[in-house]
Design a protein. Structure first.
Length: 224
């Protein structure tokens, strides 16, 4: 095993633990992947998050051949996204509560808050429905992610992408929080949406937010 692969396995295990502790995934739900030179590494199928370690990560090559265990049943979803998005190296899929609640209503997130722009556009779409683990679901996700780095999966959950695993995890946490805020706002009435011009200005100011090289110091939340 190469040093890079060991590092990737360790990174996936840490990210899996972080998402579990944050409550975005429980039991055996959800999955994470990273691009490798030969294909991807992905979390295993059917293993509780609190038991997953670096050695459990499964390699899947570009032809879908697995080595080192049984990959998550959603590996076709991850493979399709990585194939479609050459700029992306990590995919996070969760069944987090508020994102899944909206997905079950088949509602995406409109521009009710400027941080929607973190997902790459003025809104976050909800995909059409397809059965889990199928190529149909993979196709629906790729479609909903066009021009975006996150989407909801109808009656299912959340997908977040990143140029790095840290970015994908951060975005998953951000989108889940936005879903909670939108749900809460809807309990009081209809949220006031930002205009196209509002979002265009936000997206311009956020053009490099979250994409700084690791050697730079972290940047704070961009205040309006």
């Amino acid at each position: 095993m190469s040093a890079a692969t060991r590092q990737q396995r360790d990174a996936l295990a840490r990210a899996a633990s972080d998402l579990y502790r944050a409550g975005l995934n429980q039991g055996t739900e959800g999955n994470l992947s990273m691009r490798t030179g030969e294909g991807m590494l992905i979390t295993p199928s059917g293993l509780p998050w609190e038991e997953i370690g670096a050695g459990h990560m499964v390699g899947v090559d570009s032809h879908g051949n697995a080595r080192g265990g049984r990959p998550s049943s959603e590996w076709p979803l991850h493979r399709a996204i990585l194939d479609a998005r050459s700029e992306i190296d990590a995919v996070v899929h969760t069944h987090s509560s508020f994102a899944t609640t909206l997905a079950c209503l088949r509602r995406g997130l409109p521009p009710f808050h400027y941080m929607i722009a973190m997902a790459g556009g003025p809104d976050i779409r909800c995909s059409r429905y397809a059965t889990f683990g199928t190529t149909a679901l993979a196709e629906a996700a790729v479609e909903a992610l066009d021009g975006r780095r996150a989407c909801l999966l109808a009656n299912h959950g959340l997908v977040a992408l990143g140029e790095t695993l840290d970015q994908a995890v951060m975005l998953a946490l951000t989108v889940e929080k936005l879903c909670e805020q939108y749900w809460r706002a809807c309990q009081l009435g209809e949220p006031v949406l930002l205009t196209e011009q509002d979002m265009a200005e936000v997206m311009e100011r956020m053009a490099d937010y979250g994409h700084a090289p690791r050697s730079r110091p972290p940047r704070g939340d961009p205040a309006p």
